[in-house]
Every structure is written in structure tokens, then in C-alpha cells.
Design a protein around this ligand. Structure first.
Ligand code: ADP
Length: 482
């Protein structure tokens, strides 16, 4: 609603006068045509002094040409433009200013001058400068030819050059010979307005030492939006690089130690196997010679222990292969029913007091898997069922195919497994605590089984009730083709 007694013009003048920003206007020749009270405060000239004078009273000489270019652009293209600039006060001191410039048109829409809102941003600039100087990062700027134009305290600390010593020098003072090409290519990118992604490189300190840095390079624009240089933020990443190198060194060392361990296990297993085979053959000969002799049981016992040693060695070899990631699976298609019968027959022949019952299935059990390894898993589950079920008479093996997965479970009525150990028993060298020492073992059997099953893309798990018995089950995809 219009207040009585004031015209639009009067009200507008009041707003202009009350503004904290300098609001001034000029004609196309540069003569100042209006000057509000904030302009008086910011530039030190009274309205009387300023009006009718040339605008260059507040523009440092080196920026006059640029200002006229902007005015010409506004005159030809119209519109509004925002930019930052350096201006001078009546006392000659300089200030940072932010400008919004718009054209003034006459009744025929012809541009006859420009009007400007100018804010004093010296405080803001001082704050930026303080932040830049307080930064631990090196922050500097250079012209498009590579001449250093600013250099903060962080840069002094990082590169060892004082500000006074490098301003006006070429940026190559901190670029090692091997990185000069890279520096030129970055500068060319900036020149051509292309984006430069942050990158890691090496720079030189005054003492000749190298610094690993991560560089962020951005263009610097002048008032006419022309790229005149580049700002550089350099972060010292030497510490990180050092840690990375240490880490790499440790990894290599660890890999080397792993290789030694695997080589050792492979060598030791081989060296142990050879004499064991000889012992086995000799025991067989002795067994034949001593048939009917009352002491033949000593031979049987020895053979059993030798077999245990052979198994342990082959398990250790498997573990080292798993650790080295070289447990390869050889896939083939086979009928699991036939394999199951074979395994059960073999195990039954060496443990005749145990009955192994295979539950019938109507469906065929043709699967695609590593036959030898699957045989190893099933045998291991059966031998564990026997080992941990001293009073057991029957073990039940239940094969089935569900959702394109083969599932085989082995159930015993043995000592059972505590609930808290049901998952842990598949870990390397894990044995349930507190079981009598008569149950000898190494804790690697189920680890190998779970690795074999995982290699087939399957799962293995245990269900159990202490004192009642356990069921160990594995499941693998039937038709998975690798
Ligand atoms: P090992 O039998 O050589 O100790 P395994 O890896 O085959 O090693 O088994 C890990 C542990 O799981 C065993 O030490 C035992 O405590 C427990 N375990 C495995 N199978 C059975 C089972 N059928 N009944 C009871 N405990 C079992």
C-alpha cells in the first residue's frame, strides 16, 4: 500500500540512501551520476566530491581497462553481471569489493550508463587469507606461464622456500625434472578450460628432498571470466605413502613366509611319505609271514598308526594348499549312489563292528563335482561319526536332491557336540574343549571338508544334542558348471 505523502521516487531514494552497500551510477563516458551515503563511507568521497568526477577516482590504474570492457559488454548485451574486484579509497588504500552491475536505459531503451551495487568484502577476504595462511596444506597460485603469484605459510613449511624468495619465480623450482612434462600438461589443461582431477605426484623441497603430494589444481578467472592462472593446493601425503610402502613390504614378507611354509609342508610331507610307504610295505610282508601268530596284533596296531600318519600328512598338505588358494577342484559327472556304496564298503571293512546304513532314494543322484574330494568329505564325516560314537552300532547316511542341490547327511548316536561349538568345529585346528583324550585328532578334518564344500559353492553344518548324537550335513549345487 502506498504511504501518503511519498512518491515512488522518494521512497526508492530512501532505500538507496539507507543501504549498507555503495550504490553508484555512471554514464557511458565514466562520469559519476549518483553516489549514496554508503559509497561515501566505503570510498571516503562525499557525494558532492564524487558526482561529476570520472569513475577512475576509485579504480586502480591497472584495472581501468578491464572495467571499461565490462561496461562495454553490458552496453552491448544488456543483462546483469556479478564480479569481484579491487578498488581504491580517497586515501589511496585498496579494498576488495564485490560488484553487481546493471545497465541504465533511457525512455527509448538505449543504454545510457550503468548502475552498480558495491559491497566491501575486505573483511571476508581477510578471513579467507587468514584461513589460507593457517592451513597446513601448501596453497599457492601461478600464472598460465607458471610464474608463482602467491605462496602461503603451509607452502613455506612444505617446500622450505620463503614467500619473498619464490613469488615471481617459475613453479619449476619445486618440480622435479622427471615431472616437468606432467606440470606442462596440467597447465595446458587449465589454459584450455579443461578439468584437472586431483592427482598424486612428487615435488621438490629447497634442500633437494622429495615430497609426496596430492595436488588439486583449479583455474583462476579474472573479472572478464578469462582464465588467468591456476591455484594449487598441495597436501603432504609422505606419511601415508610411507605407511603404504611399509604395508606393501609386510605383505610381500608375509607372502614370502607363506611360500616358505607351503614349500616346507610340501617338502616335509613328501619326505615323510616316502619312509612311511616303505614301513607300510614291510608291515604287510611281516603280516603275511606272521599269519596265525599270536603277536600279529602288534603288526595290525602298527599298520593302523601308520595309516593315521599317512592321513595326517595328506590333511596337512590339503591345509597348505587351501591356505595358498591352490586347492583346485576337478569336476566330473558321476553317480553319487555308486560312490556312497563304495565308501561305506571301505569304511565298514576297516570298522566291521559298525553298521553303515544308506537311506534309499528313488531319484538318481548324478552330480557334477570333484569326485575324489566329495569322497574325502563323506569319508571324513563317517570316520568322525565312528570316532565320536564309542557305543554306536549304526550310522545313517541320507542322500537327497532338493532344489537342484545334493544334500548328504551323516547321523550318529555318539557323544554329541555342545551348541556353542556347532559352527566352530569347521575352523582350522578347532577341537571341542574337554572331550576325553582318548578321542585323538588334529582339528583339521572338518576345516578341509568345509573348504571343499565352499569350493563347490555349497554349505556344511552340524546339528547335535549332547549325549544323544550328531548329524553333519552338506549341500552342493547339482548342476553348477564352473
Ligand atoms: P578332529 O576329529 O581331528 O579333531 P575335525 O575337524 O574332524 O577334527 O573335527 C573337529 C571337532 O569337532 C572334533 O575335535 C570334535 O570335537 C568335533 N566333532 C566332529 N564330528 C563329531 C561327531 N560326529 N560327534 C561329536 N563331535 C564331533
Amino acid at each position: 500500500m502506498q504511504k501518503p505523502g511519498f512518491t515512488d521516487f522518494e521512497r526508492l531514494s530512501a532505500i538507496v540512501q539507507a543501504s549498507d552497500d555503495a550504490i553508484i551510477s555512471r554514464d557511458l563516458n565514466g562520469t559519476i551520476t549518483s553516489w549514496n551515503s554508503s559509497a561515501e563511507k566505503i570510498f571516503g568521497y562525499t557525494t558532492k566530491e564524487a558526482n561529476g568526477k570520472h569513475i577512475s577516482i576509485i579504480i586502480p590504474e591497472e584495472f581501468i581497462a578491464e572495467e571499461e570492457r565490462i561496461v562495454k559488454k553490458i552496453k552491448n548485451n544488456g543483462g546483469m553481471k556479478k564480479y569481484e574486484a579491487i578498488r581504491k579509497r580517497k586515501d589511496g588504500s585498496r579494498i576488495f569489493t564485490s560488484h553487481i552491475i546493471t545497465p541504465i536505459k533511457d525512455a527509448n531503451r538505449k543504454v545510457i550508463g550503468t548502475s552498480k551495487i558495491i559491497s566491501d568484502i575486505s573483511d571476508q577476504k581477510a578471513l579467507y587469507a587468514a584461513i589460507v595462511n593457517a592451513s597446513d596444506d601448501a596453497i599457492c597460485s601461478k600464472t598460465l606461464d607458471g610464474i608463482i603469484t602467491s605462496w602461503n605459510f603451509g607452502a613455506e613449511k612444505m617446500f622450505g622456500y620463503k614467500k619473498e624468495a619464490v613469488i615471481g619465480k617459475h613453479i619449476n623450482v619445486i618440480v622435479p625434472q622427471s615431472r616437468i612434462k606432467e606440470e606442462i600438461s596440467v597447465r595446458n589443461k587449465i589454459k584450455n578450460g579443461k578439468r584437472v582431477d586431483p592427482f598424486e605426484t612428487i615435488r621438490l623441497r629447497k634442500d633437494g628432498g622429495e615430497v609426496n603430494v596430492s595436488l588439486t589444481v583449479s583455474p583462476i578467472y579474472n573479472q572478464s571470466e578469462k582464465i588467468t592462472g591456476a591455484s594449487i593446493i598441495a597436501k603432504d601425503i609422505s606419511k601415508r605413502k610411507e605407511i603404504e610402502e611399509q604395508h606393501q613390504l609386510y605383505t610381500e614378507k608375509l607372502e614370502e613366509l607363506n611360500r616358505y611354509r607351503d614349500d616346507f609342508i610340501a617338502m616335509a610331507s613328501h619326505e615323510l611319505n616316502t619312509p612311511l610307504t616303505v614301513i607300510k610295505v614291510n608291515l604287510q610282508i611281516l603280516e603275511e609271514i606272521m599269519q596265525g601268530d599270536e603277536n600279529v596284533s602288534f603288526i595290525f596296531n602298527s599298520t593302523r598308526q601308520v595309516n593315521k600318519l599317512t592321513d595326517l600328512i595328506s590333511h596337512l598338505l590339503d591345509v597348505s594348499k587351501i591356505q595358498a588358494g591352490i586347492l583346485r577342484l576337478n569336476y566330473e559327472s558321476f553317480d553319487l549312489k555308486i560312490l556312497l556304496k563304495e565308501i561305506c564298503r571301505n569304511i565298514h571293512s576297516s570298522n566291521p563292528s559298525y553298521k553303515i546304513r544308506i537311506e534309499r532314494t528313488t531319484k538318481p543322484l548324478i552330480i557334477h563335482a570333484d569326485k575324489e574330494r566329495i569322497e574325502h568329505v563323506i569319508s571324513n564325516l563317517l570316520l568322525n561319526a565312528i570316532k565320536y560314537s564309542p557305543d554306536l552300532k549304526e550310522i545313517v547316511v541320507k542322500p537327497s536332491i532338493k532344489n537342484r542341490h545334493l544334500q548328504v547327511s551323516v547321523t550318529d548316536n555318539g557323544i554329541g557336540i555342545p551348541k556353542k561349538d556347532l559352527e566352530k568345529i569347521f575352523e582350522r585346528f578347532y577341537r571341542v574343549q574337554g572331550i576325553p583324550s582318548t578321542y585323538s585328532g588334529s582339528g583339521i578334518g572338518l576345516f578341509i571338508c568345509s573348504e571343499i564344500i565352499a569350493g563347490h559353492g555349497g554349505e556344511i553344518w552340524a546339528e547335535s544334542k549332547l549325549g544323544v548324537g550328531s548329524t553333519l550335513t552338506f549341500s552342493i549345487p547339482v548342476r553348477k558348471v564352473y
